[in-house]
Each structure stands twice: as C-alpha cells, then as structure tokens.
Design a protein around this ligand. Structure first.
Ligand SMILES: Nc1ncnc2c1ncn2[C@@H]1O[C@H](COP(=O)(O)OP(=O)(O)OP(=O)(O)O)[C@@H](O)[C@H]1O
Ligand SMILES: [Mg+2]
Length: 494
C-alpha cells in the first residue's frame, strides 16, 4: 500500500481499482492509500492511466472493478456531485472557467453551498471570494473575465475554485504544466497549504523536480499498473521508471548562423507590434529564421510568444512587416499563409475532438496526393507509434500527452516549410520529450524544414535550437546561440 506505517487511518483507500474502455485497460488492479496531511505523487508516461485513476475517484468515470473508500466509507461508483459533496475536489488538467463571469464571480460560484436554501445565509461570500483570490495571487485580476487571463492565472483560478469548495481530499492533475520555475514554486506553496490544513492530496505531474520537491511518497504507473512506489528519490532511481518514464538526457546540436547560406532569411519579421485593446502584446519585435534553421523563442508566460506566432500566421492584426521568402505577407489570410508553407501548431492544440485520430491526420494531409499522404502517415506512425495503435480512437478521449502528439503529427502531415511549435512540451512525459527530440533531430538532418519553437521550458528549447531569442514583456531582449544563453540570459529561467 502506498503509504508509510503510521497511526492515523488513511483518508483515501483505493483497492484493486480497474477501469476498462472496451478492450483497453486504462487502470489495472491499482491500490494505494493517502492519510490526512500527506501528498502522494502519481507519475507515469502519457496514457498510463493517471488522469483516469483521478476521474474514477472523483466519480467522473465509474470503476469497472474495485473499491474506493473515503474515511472508511465506499464512494466508488457514486456520481461526481455526490463525491464532491463528501469533500473531494478535482483540479482539472485543463482549465474550465465560466468565461462570461468575472474571476471573482467564478470563485463565488464555487463557494456557493449545494442547497439553494443556504444561498441567502452567506452574505460574506464576496469577502471570502476576495480572500481566496488574494491567497492564490489573483487579486489584481478579480474583475477580469477568464479569456483575458494569462495562462498561469487561469491555473490559479482552478486552484481558487478548489479552495473555495473546501475539500478534504484534493486531486490535482498537472498543475505545473506550462509554468515557469518560479510559478511552479508558487503553486507548490498553494498545494502545501492544502496539506498543512490536513487535506490528503493526490498530485499528478510530469515536472519530475516539482513533484519530488513536494510529495511525501511517489507511485509510478505504466500501462495502467503500478511499477514502483516509495520515497521520490528512490522511485526516480528505479531502473524500470528510468526506462519507461524518464528516458535519457537530450543531446545538444547547435549550428552556426553563418552556415545558412540564404542571403534573405526565409522568414523575416521587422518591427512588428500588436495591440490587444490598450494592452501592448508585442512592441517593435524583429527576428528572422533561415531555411533549415531551428530557432527557439523563450519567454515566461505572458511574454508574447503566442502573439508573435499568431502575427506570423496571420491570426492577429499587427503593425510592421512579416516577409516569407522575401514577400511581405501583409493582408494575406491565415489560410493562404498556411498554404504557403507556414504551419502553426498552437498551444491549445485545436484538434477536432469528435473525430478520430486518423481523421484528424487525414485532414492535415488534405493537400497531398494519395501516395505522398500514405508515406507521410507511415513516417509519422514511426515517430509516434501510439497514434498508429489508436487510429480509430476519438481524439477527445486521448490522454493529455497523446493529444499533444496528435497535434504535432497533424501539423507535420501538412508538410510545412516552416513549422511553428508553440509549447510542444506541454504535458509530455520526459520519455516522450526524448521521442519528440529525436523526431526533430530527424527533421533537421533529413529535410530542409525550418522550425520556430516557442517554449518556457529552456531544457527543451536550448538543445533544439541553432539560435535563441528571448522575449520579455512584449519585447525581444536577447538573441544568440544556445551556448551563450546560460551566461547572458538565463537569470530569469534557471
Ligand atoms: N473515454 C475513453 N475511451 C477510450 N480510451 C480512453 C478513454 N479515456 C481514456 N482513454 C485511454 O486510457 C489511457 C489512459 O489515459 P489517461 O488520460 O488516464 O492517461 P494519463 O496517465 O493521464 O496520461 P497523460 O500524462 O498523457 O495525461 C489512454 O491510453 C487513453 O487514450
Ligand atoms: Mg492525464
């Protein structure tokens, strides 16, 4: 059982839990327990069943077999609203705010009691909601609506909603995904506060350092089953865990800019500015990419990376010029820009959720003839074998990491000349980062493709770049080879 010896009784006891989807066993004979005031970390490669285990505890999914006890009482199979009423809170992998309500109203809704009769007895709801907003660091945006929030603030809102519901068992799915080191530290403090209040916490994340620093105990899963369990340091050393989850170190191959012979860079961005209402999202940004070159744009959340990529792809109006193969793109539609070879794989993935894996890929390969499409598909299935096995699965039921792989594969299906990858590492297990790294390396050595990579994860951005730009508060503040990054620009990241 996943807990050390002790006198307090476990708050959560999961015994022999199995969850099947048709022929697929997503969780298999899983058993663990968590005591009050403890944090259990659940790690494992993409698709290993972590989110499914959480959703089954929460009652979002029904267990196929097995028992789930909360304070000794069976809750397995209860619907989610009943599980929530008993004190279980789930912080989702993806934010789901009410987009037409303000941040404060979102927190207030979470604070409301289950029974309407109590509604008018809670006059202090407003004050409570403001307290929670301060606690999670949302005080400065309480009157804004979620669609205008920065990425990290959306995650904060999910935590605020969880705090408002006052759970005793907290399930947190990938809180650190896409966050920078200092944001991870801030979120860790918030999760620690749940523990210090006596909650039991189940935490899933691929940020191995973040998990190890926070949890009391780790359980590693693979293909739905437990493969190792114990203190974080021991589990991370476990040979099977290293092989199936952590993978090896990324290799670094940087090429000098002078090697790229094109006199006119294939992509040339000059003095580009973007305004969202009155907010300056990009200010006089200039940068370029040569044919065949791999360029990384690193920057903290909210620095403007996505806005820059949207400007290049024709998705937001901008001042300044973007030239593609020497021609100004001003006025071209996003569709025309994509047909010209600039393919953008957005942070939000934009998959067709109700279509199958194969249908999503076929749409990407629309412009290719049958033979080429077949070859391309084979090549992508070699890069991401899981997609070959899951061709008929509906995209929205894929695990978080599987969806990310599909989004990247679909973009590659379009045979881009310039591939723009916005935060491709979001939600990917370390071992998959290695796969993606090899895929990029193969693109680099076998094609003339140019890659523009946006990342806050510098451990991934640096090894995959010939050149690096640093974007900070809407401006480019540094440019240079990865080898100089650490000495000259890393202060904010490492
Ligand atoms: N409704 C469903 N129908 C079919 N298969 C499903 C469904 N939901 C999940 N799966 C599959 O179950 C497996 C476990 O998925 P789960 O989301 O639990 O993985 P995970 O460990 O959370 O992965 P990640 O780290 O990528 O988020 C995956 O292979 C997924 O494709
Ligand atoms: Mg998941």
């Amino acid at each position: 059982m996943a807990d050390e010896e002790g006198s307090t009784a476990p708050m959560l006891e999961v015994a022999d839990l199995t969850k099947r989807y048709g022929g697929l066993v997503a969780v298999k004979n899983l058993s663990f327990s968590i005591r009050p005031g403890r944090i259990l970390g659940l790690i494992g490669p993409n698709g290993s069943g972590k989110s499914t285990a959480m959703k089954t505890i929460m009652g979002v999914e029904q267990p196929t077999v097995g028992s789930i006890r909360l304070d000794g009482v069976e809750i397995g199979g209860l619907p989610a609203h009943k599980v929530a009423r008993r004190g279980v809170g789930l912080v989702f992998q993806h934010s789901r705010p009410l987009n037409r309500q303000t941040v404060l109203e979102n927190i207030k809704v979470a604070l409301l009691p289950d029974r309407l009769t109590q509604l008018f007895a809670t006059a202090d709801v407003d004050a409570k909601a403001r307290d929670i907003a301060v606690r999670v660091g949302l005080a400065h945006v309480v009157d804004r609506k979620p669609p205008t929030l920065a990425f990290a603030d959306l995650r904060r809102l999910e935590l605020a909603k969880a705090i408002a519901r006052h759970p005793k068992l907290v399930l947190v799915d990938e809180p650190f995904a896409g966050l920078t080191a200092s944001e991870v530290a801030a979120f860790s403090d918030l999760i620690r506060a749940f523990r210090d209040d006596g909650c039991a916490v189940l935490l899933v994340d691929h940020n191995v350092k973040g998990v190890a620093a926070l949890v009391d105990h780790v359980l590693a899963m693979y293909l739905g089953e437990r493969i190792a369990e114990g203190a974080a340091a021991d589990v991370m050393q476990d040979e099977t865990v290293r092989r199936v989850y952590l993978g090896g170190a990324l290799t670094r191959v940087e090429r000098e800019e002078a090697r790229f012979g094109d006199r006119v860079p294939v992509l040339q961005v000059d003095d580009v500015g973007v305004l969202y209402g009155k907010a300056l999202a990009l200010q006089s940004v200039s940068m370029h990419v040569h044919e065949g070159e791999f360029v990384s744009v690193v920057g903290l959340n909210g620095a403007g990376k996505t806005t820059l990529f949207n400007a290049i792809s024709g998705l937001v109006p901008h001042s300044g010029t973007v030239r593609w193969s020497g021609d100004a793109l001003g006025g071209s539609s996003a569709a025309a820009i994509a047909r010209g070879g600039i393919v953008h794989c957005p942070e939000t993935r934009e998959l067709f959720g109700d279509m199958s894996v194969r249908e999503n890929l076929d749409l990407g390969g629309n412009g290719l003839d049958a033979k080429e499409r077949g070859e391309r598909l084979e090549w992508l299935f070699d890069l991401f074998p899981i997609l070959r096995d899951r061709q008929v699965q509906v995209a929205r039921t894929l695990s978080g990491g599987e969806q990310q792989m599909l989004a990247i594969a679909r973009a590659l299906m379009m045979k881009p000349k310039l591939l723009i990858l916005d935060e491709p590492t979001l939600g990917l297990a370390p071992v998959i980062l290695e796969t993606l790294s090899k895929a990029l390396e193969r693109l680099r050595t076998t094609t003339r493709i140019s890659v523009l990579l946006g990342e806050q994860n510098v451990t991934f951005a640096l090894p995959h770049a010939d050149r690096v730009y640093v974007l900070d508060h809407a401006r480019m503040v540094w440019e240079g080879p990865p080898s100089r990054f650490e000495a000259e620009a890393a202060a904010a990241y490492l």
